[in-house]
Design a protein around this ligand. Structure first.
Ligand code: SF4
Ligand code: SF4
Length: 338
């Protein structure tokens, strides 16, 4: 059977066929020309590949009720994910001990903290991979936050906290999928080994999701210390370490800041103007000032001064991720008229 071939009619206007380019089953409403998968054919017997992992992540994002803003109109918190892979022994992970923090874990160290099998993985030549995913924030949420100037919109605030609950659940789901197929796996940020250290210049965790996404070729860093992906900076990301050989993604960018106009062309700086606390300048992102905004200046949002319903330990901000050219894409410099 060939991808794209319909097999049989099952009802007026509907067919079942192979999902285009994937060999998976879908239904297609002929009238609307809209494809929708109704069967998840991944079984315990299927090999674990890049493709099956991507499908597991995409299906969960599409179908999980946790990926919904219940307090609003039940729209999705996150849209279609981007998924990337890195070799768990890529030297870049050792570089992170210098770039991020000396306490930053390599994937092998992270898996070693997991279980007996993991401890073996620390020193043995067992294959290891990092699976990273990027979850673009829904357009309605981005638009609401782009209108704000001093603190986050209510949608953004709920996306910050409900979105994190969803990310945790997605990581657990992926770990469970892998373990059921005999693959040792761990979501390092969900373990007791995960730490966030405070120091004079701000904070640093021992498992940076943005650095995992960079290693997996999903984007680059930016002036405001965000992460610009092909679906923009207004996103959140997560990762899982798996004791299996997967094909690493290519890192297609010219350097670690290539997607930011400030570094690529010396222009933009829109995020500098968006920050209500002066935490971004041409020198970069001042974590201490940013934390001051999050925990002090924007405390009234959590206390109800700007409307009821804000949740979480802090309001969430994200103003420098919205209303900027990199919000939902890799920005390009406007071409001047000649
Ligand atoms: S707003 Fe402009 S300068 Fe700031 S991160 Fe985005 S592209 Fe870079
Ligand atoms: S998150 Fe808010 S306070 Fe922090 S740098 Fe961005 S705009 Fe400024």
């Amino acid at each position: 059977m060939q991808p794209g071939r319909f097999l049989w009619n099952v009802g007026k206007g509907d067919c079942i066929g192979w999902y285009k380019n994937s060999g998976r089953i879908f239904t297609q409403n002929i009238m609307e020309q809209e494809c929708m998968r109704i069967v998840n054919p991944i079984t315990a017997a299927d090999p674990v590949t890049n493709r099956t992992i991507e499908d597991v992540i995409r299906d969960f994002v599409r179908t999980s009720p946790m990926n919904r803003l219940e307090a609003f109109d039940n729209t999705q918190i996150f849209n279609e994910p981007l998924v990337g892979f890195a070799d768990g022994d890529d030297p870049i992970f050792t570089e992170y001990k210098t770039v991020v923090s000396e306490k930053h874990l390599t994937p092998r160290e992270a898996l070693a903290l997991h279980d007996e099998e993991g401890r073996t993985a620390l020193t043995s030549p067992l294959p290891l991979s990092v699976i990273s995913f990027v979850l673009p924030i829904d357009r309605g949420t981005r638009s609401s936050n782009a209108l704000e100037e001093e603190g986050p919109s209510l949608r953004w605030n709920h996306t910050r906290w409900k979105g994190q609950e969803f990310i945790d659940e997605l990581e657990r789901h992926l770990v469970s999928f892998l373990e059921k197929r005999g693959v040792s796996a761990i979501a390092p940020d969900l373990t007791s080994a995960f730490k966030i250290d405070r120091f004079s210049g701000g904070i640093a965790s021992n498992w940076s999701q943005r650095h995992m996404a960079y290693a997996a070729g999903l984007g680059t860093f930016s002036l405001n210390e965000g992460f610009i992906t092909p679906r923009g900076m207004a996103m959140r990301c997560g990762s899982v370490v798996a004791g299996i050989k997967l094909t690493p993604s290519i890192r297609p960018y010219a350097g670690p800041f290539a997607n930011c106009l400030f570094f690529s062309s010396g222009t933009c700086g829109a995020c500098i103007r968006r920050c209500p606390g002066g935490a971004i300048s041409e020198k970069g992102h001042d974590k201490s000032k940013c934390l001051e905004v999050l925990f002090v200046s924007q405390k009234p949002w959590i206390e109800g001064a700007h409307g009821e319903g804000y949740i979480g330990q802090y309001a969430g901000c994200g103003l420098c991720q919205t209303g900027v050219p990199c919000e939902d894409r890799i920005p390009v410099e406007p071409i001047e008229d000649t």
